[in-house]
Write a protein that binds this ligand. Structure first.
Ligand SMILES: [Zn+2]
Length: 228
């Protein structure tokens, strides 16, 4: 580590400085430019805070929110890391998945059936089956051409927690298998961040009026529990 005084670090716009001198607890560590606190000490405080609060509801909620925000702000990097991890451990991960399926066959089959039923229930009679088929065909073509497995994803998930999407062509998108496995049943706003272009179909309130629900159906989703 290069020696740099607090003043110099501040002038150069760094957040950390390093004098090589120990803190009063004997850590020879970087320090924070703004508070002058020792980073080794800080790690200790943070660890103590985590250990004493990790079982409280407030901590859990805040931690989850922070993780979500971090994911959103670093999405590209996170996806790249996961991709790298997957490639490096592909055999192990696939073997684990196969074994999981064998050990939990009933659970897996149940999930597949549930999903199929949800899809069928979420396909209104006016759905354009030809358009839907076209998207699945396009997905297979992209997979074949790029060699990267792509999935057809329901932008608004069929079995979301707060909203349920419809199985209609304008609620379908082609994304990589990897992105799809991370997205799962997450609300698109939670996964992608608020999308301005899809502002019209924002659905955070589950108390929409009937006309609201009708217009949402046009966008490819309806509210959970709304019997169509
Ligand atoms: Zn220290």
């Amino acid at each position: 580590m290069n020696l740099i005084s607090r003043k110099e670090a501040k002038e150069q716009g760094y957040n950390r400085y390093y004098t090589g001198k120990p803190c009063k607890y004997g850590h020879v560590s970087e320090r924070d430019v703004f508070t002058a606190s020792c980073m080794e000490c800080r790690r200790g405080w943070e660890q103590t805070y985590r250990d004493t609060n990790k079982d409280t509801e407030t901590y859990k909620i805040r931690n989850k929110e922070n993780a979500k925000r971090y994911y959103r702000n670093n999405k590209e990097e996170q996806l790249a890391n996961r991709r790298e991890y997957y490639i490096a451990n592909r055999n192990r991960i696939e073997a684990y998945r196969r074994q999981y399926y064998i050990d939990n066959r009933d659970k897996c089959i149940d999930a597949i059936n549930k999903r199929y039923a949800a899809k069928m229930q979420r396909m209104p009679i006016w759905a354009d089956r030809l358009e839907i088929a076209k998207i699945y065909r396009e997905c297979r073509r992209i997979t074949k051409e790029t060699g990267v497995v792509h999935h057809v994803d329901h932008y608004y998930p069929l079995q979301g927690e707060t909203v349920c999407g419809l199985h209609v062509h304008f609620n379908l998108q082609i994304i990589t298998k990897e992105e799809n496995l991370q997205k799962l049943n997450k609300h698109p706003d939670d996964f992608y961040g608020k999308q301005i272009s899809r502002e019209d179909c924002s659905t955070s309130d589950a108390q929409g009026s009937e006309t609201n629900q009708a217009s949402k159906a046009e966008e490819g989703l309806c509210i959970s529990g709304f019997e169509s």
